[in-house]
Design a binder for this molecule. Sequence first.
Ligand code: NBG
Length: 840
Amino acid sequence: MATPLVAVEHRTEPQDERTALTKEAFQRDFFNNLFYILGKFPTLATKNDYYQALAFVVRDRMLQRWISTAAAYTKQGSRTVAYFSAEFLMGPHLGNNLVNLGIHDEVRKAVTELGLDFNELLLEEDEPGLGNGGLGRLAACFIESLATLQIPSLGYGIRYEFGIFHQEIVDGWQTERTDKWLRFGNPWEIPRPEWAVHVKLGGYTEPYRDEFYRHRVRWVPDRLVAAVPYDTPILGYHTNTANTLRLWKAEAPESFDFAVFNRGDYYGAVMQKVSSENLSKVLYPNDEQLQGKELRLSQQYFFVSASLQDMFRILKIQKIPVERFHEKFAAQLNDTHPAIAVAELMRLLIDENVVPWEQAWDITRRTFAYTNHTLLPEALECWPLPLFAKLLPRHLEIIFEINARFLDEVRIRFYGDEERIARMSLIDERGERYVRMAHLACVGSHAINGVAELHSELLKQDVLRDFYELWPTRFGNKTNGVTPRRWMALSNPRLTKLVSSHIGDEWITDLSQLRRLEPLAEDAGFRQQWLDVKRACKCDFAAVALKKTGITIDPDSLFDVQVKRIHEYKRQHLNILHVVALYHRLRSNPNVDITPRTFIFGGKAAPGYHIAKLIIKLITSVGDVVNRDPAVRDRLKVVFLPNFNVKNGQRIYPAADLSEQVSTAGKEASGTGNMKFSMNGALTIGTMDGANIEIREEVGAENFFLFGLTTPEVGALKASGYNPANYLDGELKEVVELIRSGFFSRGDAELFRPLIDGLVHHDPYLVFADFDSYSKAQQQVSAAYQDRDHWARMSILNSARSGKFSSDRTIREYCDDIWKAPAVPIRLLTQEDVKVGVMQ
Ligand code: NBG
């Protein structure tokens, strides 16, 4: 059954004085905020003060929607999606809120009239970088789409005091600086200490009989941490809906110091407070890599427990019995980071609400669904049993019980297949014992999905094959998407204007309408306008690149871009080897005719991932040589843009001609950057991996540069005993020798040895095997770019056919197939309505 999720426009809202949408009101409130909230006057005000004064102007306009939304959901007891995610990579709020409120241009005018630089104020916002990469950004796109589609929802996560580190490039190397995003305060959040809850940790359990002589278990923790919610409103685009992102901050409980304090150990008491606060101090900066630290598991449990307790509180206010938990809430597990929720909901139901096991299990399973985001074995979370037992003794008991019952079910289905039972167990007992979080997530969920078609297929065939064989109907696919509000309307206003002037602006909430651009690909005038927009975006980016790196780049060269986390499976090294090959060609034959290109790289390496950091060093070192070599005469440039984040992404995607999506087939679960590029008119050079396959299917094979081995070919080559040295001949050999010789490292032949030796002897991601095919595809790119007119056609078609990759489509599918959550349109309340409510 399809739920009606049409975004209804309600723009005739009642307005209070404080929420009026006129230029005069904006200007008046701007100064009011500067005086009364920030306590500044213009002579002393910093740019950041002005940014905040503006942020509060916008926030006032959001609060009316937020309150109206909360009132409607509370009154109606609406079914609510709870999106559980350890990461929300939101990016700056101000611009997005202006776009979604529909007041972007008016506010720009109002601010400009005051003699301030609007863009500069937007740049003042320190973005909440509470995520590593695609997984966290997906969560951000999803909650925006949920609000746009008017689905009641709550995003639950952690309010890290330090988000993803700030990357600087020093002497060509990545260096990390702490991300002090809260330094000047955060105007977008409201703390709700009155809804704080306690989270238990450690200690032991004991059985007891309650007053009705029932057998129960009590968890006696050795630590309590207070979880304080900080709420951020998430606006839908041109709707009255403002949902909530609720992030938990760890604090010491009120009575934290009582016992210690009485013993006179003031210092010890304060230290205990510090240790509680550590829980939400910092985001672990690992992407696709397990960090088996106790603090990490504590963080996961901390936010999951706080969120579930919060959901019980909501049930209580709305007078819904706990037995109907799953009717009120659909909870999505964003990867296994929140998988402990399965055991925690069981504990809350059984131990704290005295619900019988079978019923509790039924509620739990109907509540949760699990999204897997990776096929890399090193990213699958497993916790050592002793660590788990120490931190979460009661949960371990519950997991054992879940496991015993689950394995009984497997035994009956697969009689005598003890190997299968060992493989499927929630506990890995092959050596040291581990809790397998992906198995817990599968067993505790009624729906399991991957994030692109290929990925979901590989889950069924490989990583989760046993679970698929047991419960085939639980498995499905939900191909990722990205929000066109941030990734087009906000970040590419020129393209937005051009597109809207031809097909109207409904595409912003119905991206499939971009198809109406297709016929315009044959219109020479439109193609010229399209190229003009692209060129203007490239000029903007060239200015940014110059400012951040000191490198001058030519906006008429082909902008060839790879921005994403640095990881061997994503193969930035394949890209840079090709750059060296081009350089080598130019040096060997200075008159060779090549298409001028600017290679742009960006992305962070996990601080402990040495090879990834060495790849960055190789990129910057090649850049140092190439950018300065007069023989190249500006035909090649290499830029490593430091600190790739949401803010920088917004300037890069619109400026790209070519999008590098070159992961080894079968390794990238989906990718979402690939979608942002394509929407903004970049062509893709890519492998048959993740969502690339679906992008190619949509835009047409003739508008996509395909190369490389397919997933089955990768498997076959590995099975036959892959030897990378066999591929080391011709140009690739010369390239490798050049790097090995120390040419890019001032004669230091040792510097890149770990990277080069690793490729020559192991090459787990088949860089060498794919090099030739990649290089040929790049020659096709160069040739194609020579015919600008044809390139423009392909670029237009990429954008026109990217409708599938809106996160609105993805969220509709989740709502229809998994969450069964219908839209709830919101009527705006005025302050008068609210006052009447108070008087009643
Ligand atoms: C990442 C995948 C990407 C995918 C995003 C969002 C993790 C664990 N996974 O391919 O690598 O696009 O998730 O689904 O970060």
